[in-house]
Design a protein around this ligand. Structure first.
Ligand code: 5AD
Ligand code: SF4
Length: 449
C-alpha cells in the first residue's frame, strides 16, 4: 500500500512519524509521492494547546472527505490527541478507520493493513507505563537524526496535558541508545538530537545503566552526563544536541559535560514559562526566577556564546500586568537567544483548567506581541556581537529563502546563511563562516579559509 503521514506538534512527534514510516517500509509499504493519492492517510496529532489539536483533527477531517470521494481508502490518527480523546475520536471523526496513542505507534502497520482489509474503528491506547518496542527504526539518508531517549513525563505542571497523554517517564537503556546512535553514525549521521519531554531527567525514574555497563571514565555519576560521555565516543558522530531541559537538571556535572565533551552542542532549550515567582509557584514548575537565572548563568559559564532558548506562556489564569512585567525583565536578564511564546490554552483535566481563563484573548495577544518584539531586539543585539567572528557551521543545503545561498547551524543552533562559493560544501560537512551581518534569528557570512 501507499501511505502518507502528516505531522503536527513537537520533535517527539516528528521522530515518532519517522519511526512509523520506517516500520511501514519494513512491512513492504511505500510512501506516496507528493501529490499522489495514498491508500492510507495517517495524521500524527498534538494536543498541547486547543489550536494544535484542532489543526490535526481538521486535517484528519479533510482526509475523511477524500475517503468519501474515493481518493483515499483508509484514514488513521496517531499521537497525543488520541490519548486525550480515547474512543471518542471515532465520534468526532466519523469514518476514521484506526487510531493509536503515542506509545502504540508500533501497531500502525498492522492497523493500516487491517483497515484496508475492511476492519473499522481499530483503537490502540497505551497504559501509562507501557514501553513501546521498535523505538530504533529510522529512515535512511540525511546527516541529522532524532533519537528518543526519555518517554513520557512525571512532572505535573498545572497547565500541561502531556503527562496524561504520553504516560510515565521511562528512560531507554543507555546501551540501546548508544547502539542506535552508532548505527546512525555508521550510515552517515553526523548530528543527533536526543529527545525527551524533560530530557535531563534521563535515568532518574528507572535506571538507564546496569551493572554490566562500564563506569564513567570521566567520573560522571549522573545518568544524563554519563549518556553524553558514552555518545561522545561514537565514531563519525560530530554533534550531540538534546531537548528540552529543566533548571533542576542544569547541575555542575552537566556544565562539566559541556566543558569536557566537544561533541555536546552549546545550546539548551530551557522552557521558563514565566518570570513571576507567584505564577511559577502556581504552575508548579519547581523553581524560582532566581534559580532559573542561576541555571542560565551556569550554562553560560561553560561558554559565553552558549545559546539558551525558551518557551513562555502568556495569559496564565490570574496573570497580572506585574507578573507579565516580571516575565519581560526575566527574559532580558536571561538574554535569551530565541523564545517561543504561547497563549495560555486550558486543557481539560489539568489543574489549571479549574481556574477561570481570565486574561482576555486580546490581552493575551498584546502580551504575545510585546514579548516577540522584545525578543527580536534582543536576538539582534545578541547576534550582532558575533559579527566579525568565525563560526563553525554544519552546512545543510541551499537556503529556503534564496537558493543561491546556503544555510547551516552553529553549535548554538543559530541559523547561519552564507555564500557557498564555487564548490558548494557537502550537506553535513562543517565549514568555517566569517559573520558579516546579523538579524534577530539569523547570521549572514562568507566562507572563511
Ligand atoms: N497553554 C499554552 N501553552 C502551553 N504549553 C504547554 N501547555 C500549554 C497550555 N495549556 C507550552 C509550554 C511548553 C510548550 C511546548 O507549550 O510553553 O513548553
Ligand atoms: Fe504536542 Fe506535547 Fe504531544 Fe509534543 S508531546 S505532540 S507538544 S502534545
Amino acid at each position: 500500500m501507499k501511505f502518507t503521514i502528516h505531522t503536527y506538534g513537537c520533535q517527539m512527534n516528528v521522530r515518532d512519524s519517522e519511526a512509523v514510516a520506517a516500520l511501514m517500509r519494513a512491512a513492504g509499504h511505500e510512501q506516496a509521492a507528493p501529490g499522489e493519492d495514498p491508500d492510507v492517510a495517517i495524521v500524527n496529532s498534538c494536543t498541547v494547546r486547543g489550536r494544535a489539536e484542532n489543526k490535526a483533527i481538521g486535517k484528519t477531517g479533510n482526509f475523511l472527505a477524500e475517503k468519501r470521494a474515493g481518493r483515499v481508502k483508509a484514514v488513521g490518527l496517531m499521537g497525543c490527541a488520541v490519548s486525550r480523546l480515547g474512543a471518542d475520536v471515532f465520534k468526532i471523526l466519523p469514518g476514521l478507520d484506526f487510531a493509536a496513542g503515542p506509545r502504540r505507534f508500533g501497531a500502525i502497520p498492522m492497523l493500516a493493513e487491517r483497515a484496508l482489509a475492511g476492519g473499522r474503528e481499530l483503537l490502540e491506547l497505551p497504559d501509562p507505563d507501557e514501553i513501546p518496542g521498535c523505538m530504533d527504526a529510522h529512515s535512511p539518508g540525511g546527516f541529522r537524526a532524532f533519537v528518543t531517549v526519555l518517554l513520557g513525563c512525571d512532572n505535573r505542571c498545572s497547565y500541561c496535558i502531556v503527562p496524561d497523554v504520553r504516560g510515565h517517564e521511562y528512560s531507554r537503556p543507555a546501551r540501546e541508545v548508544a547502539a542506535e546512535v552508532a548505527s546512525l553514525a555508521a550510515n552517515g549521521v553526523k548530528e543527533v538530537t536526543l529527545l525527551g519531554q524533560s530530557v535531563l531527567r534521563y535515568g532518574r525514574r528507572n535506571p538507564a545503566f546496569g551493572p554490566q555497563d562500564p563506569p564513567s571514565a570521566r567520573g560522571f555519576s549522573e545518568p544524563f552526563p554519563r549518556l553524553l560521555e558514552m555518545l561522545q565516543g561514537v565514531d563519525g558522530l560530530e554533534r550531540i544536541r538534546f531537548t528540552s531541559g529543566h533548571p533542576s537538571g542544569c547541575t555542575p556535572e552537566l556544565a562539566r559535560a559541556f566543558r569536557e565533551l566537544p561533541k555536546a552542542c552549546r545550546h539548551l532549550h530551557l522552557p521558563v514559562q514565566s518570570g513571576s515567582d507567584r505564577v511559577l509557584r502556581e504552575m508548579g514548575r519547581g523553581y524560582t526566577r532566581a534559580e532559573y537565572l542561576s541555571a542560565v548563568a551556569r550554562l553560560r559559564g561553560t561558554d559565553p556564546e552558549f545559546a539558551v532558548t525558551t518557551d513562555i506562556i502568556v495569559g496564565y489564569p490570574g496573570e497580572t500586568e506585574a507578573d507579565f512585567e516580571d516575565t519581560r525583565t526575566l527574559m532580558e536578564e536571561a538574554g535569551f537567544d530565541n523564545a517561543f511564546v504561547f497563549k495560555y490554552s486550558p486543557r481539560a483535566g489539568t489543574r489549571s483548567a479549574a481556574l477561570p481563563d481570565d486574561v482576555p484573548a486580546a490581552e493575551k495577544e498584546r502580551r504575545d506581541q510585546v514579548l516577540l518584539a522584545d525578543q527580536d531586539r534582543r536576538g539582534l543585539k545578541r547576534n550582532s556581537r558575533l559579527a566579525g567572528t568565525v563560526r563553525e557551521v554544519m552546512a545543510e543545503g541551499p537556503s529556503a529563502r534564496n537558493a543561491a545561498r546556503w544555510s547551516g547551524r552553529d553549535s548554538g543552533n543559530r541559523i547561519v546563511v552564507f555564500e557557498p562559493g564555487a564548490a558548494p560544501p557537502a550537506p553535513g560537512s562543517t565549514v568555517r563562516v566569517k559573520i558579516d551581518r546579523a538579524a534577530p534569528q539569523t547570521l549572514y557570512g562568507t566562507l572563511a579559509p
